[in-house]
Design a protein around this ligand. Sequence first.
Ligand SMILES: C[S@@+](CC[C@H](N)C(=O)[O-])C[C@H]1O[C@@H](n2cnc3c(N)ncnc32)[C@H](O)[C@@H]1O
Length: 480
Amino acid sequence: MSNPGHDGGSRGGSGGRNGGGSRGPGGRGGKPGGRPGGKGGDRPNRSDRPDRPGRSGRPGNPGRPSRHTSGKPSGRPPRRPDDAPRPAKRDRYTTQIDRVEPLYLKTNTYFAQIAGGLEELGAKELASLGATDINIINRGMDFKADRETLYRINYRSRLITRVLAPVHKFRAENPEALYLETKRIDWTNIFRLDQTFAVFANLSHSNIDHSHFASLKVKDAVADMFRKRYRQARPNVDSDDPDLWIALHMYDNEATLSIDCSGGSLHKRGYRQQAVDAPIQETLAAAIIEISGWDGKQKLYDPMCGSGTLLSEAWIKAGNIPAQTLRRKFGFMMLPDYDRRVWVKVKFEEENKIKLVRGGLIRGSDVDPKAVKMTRGNNARLPGGDELIVKTKDFRDLPDMENHLIVCNPPYGVRLMKDEDMASFYGQFGDFLKQKCKGSQAFIYFGDRELVGTVGLKASMKMPIRNGGLDGRLVWYELY
Ligand SMILES: C[S@@+](CC[C@H](N)C(=O)[O-])C[C@H]1O[C@@H](n2cnc3c(N)ncnc32)[C@H](O)[C@@H]1O
């Protein structure tokens, strides 16, 4: 299977019923017809859900037909007044169309997206969470999972960006084919009229080569499918925080439509409410901790912690905390086979694995007091996270820290410290590592690979990893 994921694809958010990307009744801020239990709450099983509009007979009370009063039978049946009950018609919605059965239901196969270069690590993580038949593809992995495993992966994974459930795969040489095949899916079995949706697309080597256009085609097909069933009514589009994300991937005119069963990128953990100018992405920070081989026993220190992402990801690992412990709404809750009891069980089991993080195990500092405050506030959202030790300090004034794991993402010229002499700054950082961190291992992420040479230390490994579009390097120094 080619990669049905996307990176930097386009979102088909425009053209909602209330205008482009408008927030519908299922958006934030009160859902009149929302799920019981409030926004993002657990969803009842399909059989428990209230009836959907258009499925339960005709609107309005037909009442009692008025009678003709002339007293004389006319020989013809009396003309039926407008509000009289009409003869039952064949239900034109339930009979005909050859509907598509969601692909993932037949195969139990999903696709996990991950940053390029981290596929091997991602495959290991998937296996540790119970996935089977893992097959590495560029920037992702196909895998098989039962429902419990799928929920666990979304809840726990620290490295994966998103999990997609393929619904339909087909050839689409032209926009018409894309539209018609998308319309064959019974979207009303996946989301309700009062919920919102958005489409993102990623295309390559295909006749349709404009991702925004393709996502609009998909959006139109979904809306028209609803319109047909619900007397012109259709769900709204919400490009920021929809109830349902639909992913279109096209390669070589082969289209895959999937449901994002994470419900928005998993790098959004919820703990980082404030950030410095150039924060590292959460999934990348987690990957750095993983690549370092840290087992949660050795002391870990970040001497330029910024908003504390590396420290928080270390905290999540050491505390065995599900990375999405703060997320309330997952895309898998929209799947037709969503089972709330299984989700409650998974959540309960995984929460019970959370451990206390040993005092002083994870520490950090930054020269900027505002950054230190952010780190404290962010980490405090994690279980036990208010115990983190973080101080305002220039790394040049730190005491010796032997036999530590040093993780760090120093500033770089693109966004920070534009006027400073970066070479001399990095030279001083190299001196700090060499003189004060004896017996330690250091894993330093350089946002600008040109700066690696200015540290003046011999590297044991250099690994290219991109962060926010920057071609960065993760470098390992063994300090004796
Ligand atoms: C790229 S940011 C770190 C971002 C961080 N990894 C995050 O995810 O939020 C670099 C940080 O280095 C800090 N810094 C710059 N010079 C420093 C120094 N001499 N000592 C300590 N921290 C310093 C800055 O204040 C900034 O917060």
